[in-house]
Design a protein around this ligand. Structure first.
Ligand SMILES: [Zn+2]
Ligand SMILES: [Zn+2]
Length: 85
């Protein structure tokens, strides 16, 4: 009973947390990153690393090194997700 067009809440939480900056002891992202997560997941689905990094960074054109790393992590996380094609 799952809807294929809706990403799992678990994956969204994971993406939000990565974008927010995952570190030890931190289990939740801030509200702003939680809101960004569905959009980030959309971009991740296209595999556009540059666009994803820019979205994580909050910039339209370029992302910092930190956010590029986060974008890679997000793409890896979505690729591994069993429910996302
Ligand atoms: Zn955040
Ligand atoms: Zn950044």
């Amino acid at each position: 009973m799952s809807t294929p067009t809706t990403p799992s809440a678990e994956l969204l939480r994971e993406v939000a947390l990565i974008a927010c900056g995952r570190r030890e002891g931190k289990t939740r992202s801030c509200r702003s990153c939680t809101r960004k997560a569905p959009g980030l997941l959309n971009i991740a689905g296209t595999g556009a690393l540059d666009a994803l990094a820019a979205a994580v960074c909050g910039s339209l054109t370029s992302a910092c090194q930190d956010c590029r790393g986060k974008a890679e992590t997000i793409i890896n996380a979505t690729v591994d997700a069993p429910c996302v094609t």
